[in-house]
Design a binder for this molecule. Sequence first.
Ligand code: SF4
Ligand code: SF4
Length: 261
Amino acid sequence: MKNIPKKHRRLSLDEKFKFSCHKGLHCFITCCNDINIFLTPYDVLRMRRAAGLSSGEFLKRYTIALLGDEGLPLVVLKMIEDENKSCPFVMPDGCRIYEDRPWSCRMYPIFPASSKEEGFLIEEKPSCLGSKEEKQWTIEEWKKDEGIYIYDKMNESYKEITFNDYFQSNKLDSGRAKMLYNACYDIDEFKKFIFETRFFDIYDVENEVIEKIKEDEEELLSFGYGWIRFNLFSEDTLKLKDKEMDSLLRSKREEGIKPCY
Ligand code: SF4
Ligand code: SF4
């Protein structure tokens, strides 16, 4: 239990916790201000859809993007510059994008103990009256109720990129950092890139997949992850149209040689 601040308690998987957040509580919406909310690509996809904006406009208006040590993007929700530093989506009657609120807002008051181990902590703040309510949940029940499983699935694919061993010895240059940011976060820009350039002359993508990524943003995001893995980690996630080049890359992969793109 070391390194766990006192207000966080470890929960076992079958342990129940009390929580209910609803209008009528004195604390209602007081927690939706002055907070750091890191956004995953899937958070941004859902939030910008709810806001009815292009990904570029959403990112510009509502986020701050920083670069981590490895050149990976850190995208944070930008609070309004009012006296409370309010979340731009908080309204007197609740969250304006409730159905598409980000992962960390859904998970609250529980969160993973760390990115490397299974296990959860619960935050128990006296100011949050939700934990004084009678309704009880296991972690599984909570995740189901809050619609977290689709977020976990999409976020896991992103985690497989950001936790790749590649970053133990490589830092992205600005071109690759931009490539990763666009494919993961600025999905409209990525869509333009693949549909308005010679992308499909270079990559051998089945028509069925092309049709799917044209219509379905979740599919497009997953396709973007595959494209990043192909380009950064030399994984076998895409095929090239140039058969000679494709088999050369394959044999290099088998020999464990990472080509330089
Ligand atoms: S119960 Fe907790 S999470 Fe809900 S509004 Fe109050 S402080 Fe926020
Ligand atoms: S996104 Fe919604 S739930 Fe999350 S802090 Fe903002 S208003 Fe609150």
